[in-house]
Design a protein around this ligand. Structure first.
Ligand code: CU
Length: 296
């Protein structure tokens, strides 16, 4: 018996060193493989991609704050579970600890604590939402976004088209359209849907908004943003909206200068994409797919 104990003790003595070596190796591996700064930054944002608009800090604060609050609640709860498990563990006698039933103060605590937690989350969510949807008095760009089964149309309202009408870019399930914006210039995005519920989502903008259909013009929702970084960012529909939902993709192109944007608008004009886009009118038609492909 005593020999077994000795062996156990011996094993135990070795274990901490092994753990330390494994931990050191793991950290080394992280340092060696870690795409260094980028990984660290993403870690600090708790998994969020890099935010690229003036509104993203509000969402980032909410995200981090929510994790901290959840962490505090979690540690407190796990602490209580651990404490109860150790404090009231089975002893040599088989006596049960005092059983508590219909204990009014504890019942009240069970009710009040979750309400308090939800109220705090609600308050901060509402505060962030107010900032996200704050109206912009004088946006440089206004883009009308039409989400239809299963593509996006972007109409640049008031851009100087030759014949005075608006310039647009329309996608198809086979062709992802691009939404062009300029870094540092405020854009108001107005979105609407002629058919079913879609959801406008750009992960790098930390922004997702459901688009509810309604009689023409009644269900337009809008928000304003100012991109703070140039680049290409993915956009997609985040609401399952039917057969080709997974093809409702688009790319946001944020350019550095107004000249690049104007050149793009010019290109759209030259391609004859002015006036009313064909988007929502044929919402039930699977644009971009021929009959053979559509019936597959
Ligand atoms: Cu959709």
């Amino acid at each position: 018996m005593s020999r077994i104990l000795l062996t156990e003790r011996g094993t135990r003595r070795v274990r901490p060193r092994r753990v330390a070596t494994a931990a050191a190796a793991f950290v080394m591996l992280l340092l060696l493989t870690g795409c260094a700064q980028e990984t660290t930054d993403e870690f600090q944002r708790l998994g969020l991609p890099e935010g690229v608009t003036d509104k993203t800090p509000y969402v980032l604060d909410l995200w981090i704050g929510a994790w901290i609050a959840a962490g505090i609640v979690g540690v407190f709860t796990w602490g209580l579970i651990g404490w109860a498990a150790i404090r009231y563990r089975r002893r040599s006698d088989d006596d049960l600890p005092v059983q508590v039933r219909y204990h009014l103060p504890i019942e009240i605590l069970y009710t009040v604590a979750p309400i308090f937690v939800v109220a705090v989350f609600f308050f901060f969510t509402l505060r962030a939402q107010e900032k996200l949807f704050a109206d912009e008095e004088d946006p440089t760009h206004t883009v009308e976004v039409t989400a239809q089964q299963w593509a996006w149309t972007f109409s640049y309202i008031g851009e100087p088209a030759v014949d005075g009408s608006d310039v647009y870019e329309v996608g198809t399930p086979a062709l992802e359209p691009e939404l062009w914006l300029v870094k540092g210039e405020t854009a108001t995005i107005e979105i609407e849907s002629p058919d079913v519920v879609h959801s406008f989502w750009i992960p790098a903008f930390y922004f997702k908004l459901d688009i509810l259909p309604g009689p023409s013009g009644s269900a337009v929702q809008s928000f304003s943003i100012t991109p703070t970084k140039a680049g290409k960012f993915e956009g997609r529909c985040a609401e399952f909206c039917g057969w080709l939902h997974s093809r409702m993709l688009f790319t946001v192109v944020v350019v550095e200068t107004r000249e690049e944007f104007d050149a793009h608008v010019q290109e759209l004009q030259e391609a004859g994409q002015t006036g009313s886009p064909p988007g929502g009118e044929n919402a039930s038609v699977v644009a971009g797919l021929d009959d053979a492909e559509a019936s597959e």
